[in-house]
Write a protein that binds this ligand. Structure first.
Ligand code: HEM
Length: 556
């Protein structure tokens, strides 16, 4: 029944119902009849009969112990029998797609009254639509799968592919051409790395880290080598199957024998006429338990080669138990003399290292973007909790030590976001193009509009859809920066996870209840420091890349 049609009561009336078998309480102007629920209450019945709770307004006590979402669950919402006369609810249910008003809960560009040079109106519309879709369709699935460890349902995959979300997760490029993106909201040729950045940060807002990877991240990192290096026939078959969500694909590089040191891989592919015979094992393969295809790094006579292997005879997968949910489908994969057509070779034989390395940068950037999205939610959780939690009669925020932790969290998330955005801006623009535009600005083309000196060529340039970097360009220009960025973001993430755990105390140690997002983040933020390249290795890569670019004549 809508609130306005519910019975209205006064506090005096509610107060009469204050004992076992006849128990009413008020939470945020709503009257709940807990007479029969008391014995079923997960916190036990006695706490509900306490003085100051039974027959009283227990709003502050309630929000000190429960998340708002408890009241929205249908089985509890129906305990409401009315409202208090003349009072209005203060704590509103979030509207799907809406932005948080909590300071720093949103990136600056999404905060009221602030601006950014990077985002257009189209990015804003895209962010709003994608958040709404995720909150309405994907979040309930994420929570369910994170708990039961099952893979994302075909029904939700189909809904995502109807909007071409699987294709958009792979970033800008020719695979988007001819597709209707998000019901036509963004034109394929205008989809850029900032759209993709938005997609990645929004995906990680549910506090369900295992599910974020289970949401077909395998295809995001494993399909690009197929369209960048596969034969036209292979692309024509595999790309549509995967982007429509009808088949699943995983990237199978790491082994128990080799992780960041991919050159040490031991899975072998031996030529036998028109086939490769592949033998070996792969470990930590995201989405591997349910993948139909594996983009696989193999050792061949001529060096490392990447081969697309279809699940079939000789391919077996078993789940690996990790510290995050089995919904990610993390697998141990065994190839036992698997016959694979030579046509499934991705790139030249022996050129596997550059196929793998050129792919890594986009993957690392994606992991970083998801990490930033997840980190920001934790900052919001901590700000809300520290504000609402009362200790020694005062909010937690009255403690300087807590404010200090909040300050560090905010600093870290803002630093991560800003570095991520400037790198994304580089990915969106090929350098030569900018130089060309500026070099040819001719004085004769300047004019004055509304008091501003403008140049016609510059305006044309600025309003032309930007030209994104290819994976190879990313590899040569940004590998070091992305490596350092990823190292920085994952370190910040783990420091924030530690601080958040201190702010939430014991609540951060339970999988359900007030601190559940902090618990998940504390348990899983370490994944960001490992997936797509270990943190320390990436930091070192960044410095080695910088050393390569040192001018020969650089002296103090
Ligand atoms: C409509 C009223 C209420 C409902 C539907 C409700 C529901 C729940 C649920 C589902 C939990 C499990 C933890 C969670 O999911 O957050 C819980 C725990 C608890 N509840 Fe309630 N509750 C209500 C009112 C109250 C009130 C008024 C108190 C006041 C003392 C209270 C005290 C507790 C306590 C102490 C716990 C255990 C918390 C913990 O383990 O951290 N509940 N309640």
């Amino acid at each position: 029944m809508p609130a306005q049609q519910k019975q209205q009561y006064t506090f005096e009336e509610v107060e009469k119902h204050n004992k076992e078998g006849d128990l009413w309480i008020v939470i945020d102007s709503k009257v709940y009849d807990l007479s029969r629920f008391a014995d079923l209450h997960p916190g036990g019945p006695n706490v509900l009969y306490a003085e100051g709770v039974a027959g009283k307004d227990a709003t502050d006590t309630f929000f000190g112990l429960h998340r708002h979402e408890v009241l929205l669950r249908p089985q509890y919402a129906r305990l409401q029998i009315g409202t208090i006369q003349g009072e209005e609810e203060m704590i509103k249910a979030p509207i799907p797609g809406s932005l948080s008003k909590v300071p720093y809960a949103e990136a600056t560009w999404l905060s009221d009254g602030y601006f950014s040079p990077y985002y257009t109106d189209n990015h804003r519309a895209f962010q709003q639509a994608i958040r709404k879709f995720f909150e309405e369709v994907v979040r309930p699935e994420a929570i369910k799968c994170e708990e039961n460890g099952k893979r994302i349902s075909q029904e939700v995959v189909d809904k995502m592919s109807d909007l071409n979300i699987i294709a958009m997760r792979l970033g800008p490029g020719k695979h988007l051409h001819g597709r209707t993106l998000l019901g036509g909201l963004v034109k394929p040729e205008e989809f850029d790395y900032f759209h993709e950045l938005i997609l990645n940060t929004e995906i990680s807002r549910f506090g369900t880290r295992g599910f974020s990877d289970g949401m077909l991240s395998g295809a995001t990192i494993g399909l690009p080598p197929v369209w960048n290096y596969g034969s036209p026939e292979l692309q024509a078959k595999v790309v549509p199957e995967v982007l429509s969500g009808k088949k699943y694909l995983a990237l199978a590089i790491t082994e128990a024998f080799a992780g960041s040191d991919v050159s040490g891989l031991q899975t072998t592919a031996v030529r036998d006429g028109d086939y490769w015979i592949v033998t070996g094992t792969k470990k930590w393969i995201t989405n591997g338990t349910f993948a139909d295809y594996f983009t696989t790094g193999c050792k061949t006579e001529k060096g490392l080669t990447v081969i697309l292997i279809e699940r079939g005879e000789g391919v077996s997968t078993k789940p690996i138990k990790t510290s995050y949910s089995a919904t990610a489908g993390t697998a141990y994969v065994t190839f036992d003399k698997v016959r694979v057509p030579i046509g499934n070779t991705l790139g030249a034989v022996g050129n596997g290292l550059s196929v793998i390395l050129s792919n890594f940068n986009h993957e690392r950037w994606m992991v970083t973007a998801m990490s930033v999205g997840a980190q920001r939610i934790i900052v919001e959780e901590c700000l809300k909790w520290a504000n609402q939690r009362i200790v020694f009669g005062k909010p937690l925020t009255s403690q300087a030590v807590i404010r200090n932790k909040l300050g560090k969290m905010i600093t870290r998330i803002e630093a991560c976001q800003n570095w991520l955005e400037i790198i994304t801006h580089q990915m969106n623009n090929v350098r030569e193009r900018i130089c060309t535009a500026h070099r040819y600005l001719r004085p004769s083309r300047f004019f004055i509009l509304n008091g501003d000196l403008l140049n016609i060529e510059y305006l044309i340039y600025c309003n032309t859809p930007s030209q994104q970097m290819t994976y190879n360009e990313m590899s040569s220009k940004l590998a070091g920066q992305i490596g350092l960025l990823k190292q920085f973001v994952s370190r910040c993430g783990r420091e924030t996870a530690e601080d958040a755990t201190q702010v939430f105390g014991g609540r951060a140690l339970t999988v359900t209840g007030m601190g559940k997002l902090v618990e998940n983040y504390h348990r899983t933020s370490g994944f960001d420091a490992i997936l797509a390249g270990a943190e320390d290795v990436l930091g070192d890569l960044g410095v080695r890349q910088a050393m390569k670019r040192m001018p020969k004549d650089a002296r103090l």
